[in-house]
Design a protein around this ligand. Structure first.
Ligand SMILES: Cc1cc2nc3c(=O)[nH]c(=O)nc-3n(C[C@H](O)[C@H](O)[C@H](O)COP(=O)(O)OP(=O)(O)OC[C@H]3O[C@@H](n4cnc5c(N)ncnc54)[C@H](O)[C@@H]3O)c2cc1C
Length: 374
């Protein structure tokens, strides 16, 4: 019988990671995917499963036209174009659909505001048409006659959030990214002497990395705090109702409602300051149901199958916080609301930053530095 062979001592695979991403939601996964597209093999760590954070409780509109005119609108438009031109062809099955978006108006007073929005977005290449009662009914015949008009824009659409994250993850993994799920990060340390390293203690052991990306959504502030870094993000709760699957009744993404490819209608847009309380509540769900029926009367005869709520990671000024953390070389952050709209853009710029040290579009305006001094 052959002698059992003694395995050669193995180098500790965790001793010297190149890039470690904290958070496996849509943001962590888009960064991982775009890094692997450029030959970098990051490790992604999450205390739960990929959609256990906010990314699993979302509407996932790819929404452009009502974003604040200027920089934020431009970023959203650039990202929507990346879905169409790059990401959707690269990752078939994510159900990205450029439906066009309708932001509904309920009174004539709102028409004047809509015209101002149209004029403000035009210089940034964001096309908006203001349509009246008849126009909106032509675009969406099932909408209630109570809807007085809408702004329509061809840039908006939606994606299947579950398929997007699943496919980003699978592609990143196939290209060399490593994933560690159900592993909680408990503390971070930055070693500055000699070669810089980040020490990441988890409930399973110690990891070291040359570069660390904080992409833990709402939970990023508490991870960053021990490094002396303040990330100004707060939770804003949103509650959503889900109908049984219906034949196609909505052709567009509405600023309140969308229809999934499987026929379910998701509706709701509450914005609540409820701390980290993620419960669904009767008052908001009944108001949401009432508005749903008011907008789309056929919902009255339709079964509701699910309600869920999620916590938006909302930066203090509403804009994403993205880039290298000032004063902490090798430490990067990517935290934002609208993580689905921005996913291809944020993945691209973060990968550029980590690989080349600069980005193809200026992102200084997204730096954490803008909050310095309060
Ligand atoms: C109701 C609602 C509707 C929305 N609609 C839209 C929309 O239409 N379009 C759009 O673009 N955006 C929308 N958003 C926002 C969007 O969903 C978020 O911006 C996005 O999901 C944030 O992704 P993330 O990866 O940053 O965070 P998350 O998905 O929360 O991922 C962070 C991950 O970090 C992990 N983590 C936390 N702490 C630790 C730790 N200590 N150790 C290890 N891992 C940890 C968590 O488990 C989690 O998986 C909506 C949000 C809500 C709530």
């Amino acid at each position: 019988m052959a002698e059992p062979t003694v395995p050669a001592p193995q180098a500790d695979p965790n001793a010297d990671l190149d890039v470690l991403i904290l958070g496996g939601g849509v943001v962590g996964n888009t960064i991982a995917f775009h890094l692997t597209e450029r030959g970098v093999r990051p490790t992604v760590i999450d205390r739960g499963f990929p959609l256990s954070g906010t990314s699993g409780s979302t509407q996932a509109w790819i929404w452009v036209h009502t974003k604040t005119p200027g920089f934020y609108g431009e970023l959203s438009l650039a990202s929507a174009d990346l879905y169409r031109d790059t990401l959707a062809p690269r990752l078939p099955g994510i159900e990205y659909t450029r439906t066009g978006g309708l932001s509904l108006l309920f009174s004539r007073d709102e028409l004047a505001r809509a015209e101002r929005l149209r004029d403000a977005q035009r210089p940034y290449g964001i096309d908006i048409e203001v349509v009246g009662r008849e126009g909106v009914r032509r675009l969406e015949p099932h909408l209630s006659p109570e809807v007085a008009g809408a702004t329509f824009s061809p840039h908006d659409g939606n994606v299947n959030p579950f398929q997007l994250v699943r496919r980003l993850l699978a592609a990143a993994q196939a290209q060399g990214a490593a994933y560690r799920f159900y592993e909680r990060v408990v503390s971070l340390r930055e070693r500055r002497g000699g070669e810089r390293r980040f020490e990441v203690r988890t409930d399973r052991g110690l990891l070291r990395a040359r570069r660390l990306v904080l992409a833990a959504g709402l939970w990023t502030p508490e991870l960053a705090a021990p490094l002396g870094v303040e990330i100004p993000v707060r939770p804003v709760r949103g509650q959503i109702l889900v109908s049984e699957p219906l034949p196609p009744v909505l052709g567009h993404t509405l600023n309140f409602m969308r229809q999934m490819a499987n026929g379910e209608i998701l509706f709701g847009y509450s914005q609540e300051e409820a701390g980290r309380d993620r419960r669904s509540t009767w008052d908001v769900l009944s108001a949401t149901a009432g508005l749903g029926i008011r907008v789309l009367p056929l919902l009255r005869g339709v079964r509701l199958v699910r309600a869920f709520s999620g916590l938006r990671p909302m930066p203090r000024d509403g804009l994403p916080i993205v880039g290298e953390v000032p004063g902490h070389p090798g430490l990067f952050v990517a935290v934002m609301h609208s993580g689905y709209t921005l996913a291809p853009l944020i993945g691209t710029v973060m990968a550029e930053l980590l690989v080349q040290g600069h980005t193809s579009i200026p992102i200084e305006g997204l730096s954490l530095a803008r909050f310095e001094g309060g």
